[in-house]
Design a protein around this ligand. Structure first.
Ligand SMILES: NC(=O)c1ccc[n+]([C@@H]2O[C@H](COP(=O)([O-])OP(=O)(O)OC[C@H]3O[C@@H](n4cnc5c(N)ncnc54)[C@H](O)[C@@H]3O)[C@@H](O)[C@H]2O)c1
Length: 341
């Protein structure tokens, strides 16, 4: 059965996702689109082939008047909470871009609301659906016990208006991918964090664009993270550069000479390389294709998606814990942020 989707927010990422993923999905068709900027709405809807009657500047009106099954929230991050809440109250299933929301109490409230309404609430943590990330996970599983991980991400980003004023900017907009990857790669939540965030002189951001954190997984394994969105010079790929030290050798997501991908180096210095796109996912299931397929399967079969709102509370809590650790100068436990029924 093809599910009817309303997509809310057709900005740079939202429109790209609509064209390259939602419009191509075998599981969804557009019931409507909502975008607060009317010129943008009409230009994007025209290209997507969405009829004038199904275009809305007010998402509440779209939820009330469109015959739909689900909503994909791709509006700017500070509006995610209000849009998700309205959609769930209307009885719609919800897929929301990362970051889920920008406040922990609101995240917990939405998880409870979705469960009360019996609706799927999923967060699009699309990096889990990248072949290189799947191959990295498989390589770690074969390299013996993981002992520590070291992750770096650096980029010089020109922030959107909403990003320039967003508290915890780097953590919520970018580190959210890497911290969620940590949880996925090691099948573990993060027990405590010690972090530091900071700004630079002349920065366009009021929320800190730099973060450094030491995280401890539930099994005690340490993860060291450095992320920056104000780093001129050599940029790392979006997924970052990773070294996972394992008992029998090291596993890397990096470019160690053959291009960016997964490298496994054993104790005798033998190297194995897995190119970026090689992995278990066929191209039609990579990235947001995979997210949409899992969302549809969950709506159809009832099994909670792997990146459900409830699962994402752990990722989000870790981000807030790092921010608070920085301001308080203390070690903080992410679990202390999660208060659902
Ligand atoms: N998963 C990824 O890899 C990835 C990449 C980029 C962005 N994102 C996320 O996608 C979201 C959108 O990012 P973007 O780059 O498109 O931002 P953007 O600023 O380019 O676009 C945001 C859009 O939301 C619209 N909007 C704001 N309030 C609205 C409302 N009440 N109703 C309808 N539309 C509204 C704006 O008019 C704008 O067109 C953000 O949450 C961002 O973090 C995810």
């Amino acid at each position: 059965m093809t599910l009817r989707m309303i997509q809310v927010g057709l900005g740079m990422h939202g429109f790209g996702v609509a064209k390259a993923f939602v419009a191509q999905s075998p599981d969804f068709k557009f019931a409507g689109v909502a975008e607060i900027n009317p010129d943008r709405l009409n230009a994007c809807a025209e290209e997507l082939g969405v009829a004038a009657a199904n275009r809305y500047t007010d998402y509440n009106e779209a939820f009330r008047s469109c015959e739909a099954d689900a909503v994909f929230v791709t509006a700017a991050s500070p509006y995610h909470y209000a849009i998700c809440k309205a959609a769930l109250e209307q009885g719609l299933h919800v897929l929301v871009e990362k970051p889920f929301v920008v406040d922990m109490a609101e995240a917990c409230e939405l998880v409870d609301l979705a469960e009360r309404q019996g609706r799927v609430l999923m967060v699009s943590q699309n990096y889990r659906y990248i072949n290189a990330v799947r191959s990295l996970k498989a390589a770690i599983a074969e390299a013996g016990k993981p002992m520590f991980a070291d992750v770096q991400f650096c980029y010089d980003h020109f922030g959107k208006d909403y990003q320039q004023t967003m508290p915890n900017f780097m953590l919520l907009e970018m580190a959210v991918h890497h911290i969620d990857m940590v949880r996925f790669l090691f099948d573990a939540n993060i027990r405590n964090v010690s972090g530091h965030t900071w700004n630079v002189e002349g920065s366009m951001y009021s929320g800190h664009p730099n973060v450094q954190a030491r995280m401890e997984l539930e099994n005690g394994m340490p993860v060291f993270y450095l992320g920056s969105l104000v780093s001129k010079g050599l940029a790392t790929p979006w997924e970052g550069e990773w070294r996972i030290q394992c008992e029998h050798g090291s596993v890397h997501l990096a470019d160690l000479g053959q291009g960016y991908g997964v490298y496994v180096v054993d104790a005798e210095q033998n190297r194995r390389f897995v190119p970026y796109h090689e992995g278990p996912l066929p191209s039609g299931k990579e990235s947001i294709h995979g997210v949409l397929a899992e969302f549809a399967a969950s709506i159809a079969g009832g099994k909670a998606p792997s990146t459900s709102g409830r699962d994402n509370l752990q990722t989000l809590a870790t981000l807030f814990a790092i921010g608070d650790s920085s301001s308080k100068g203390a070690v903080v436990a992410p679990a202390s942020y999660i208060a659902t029924r």
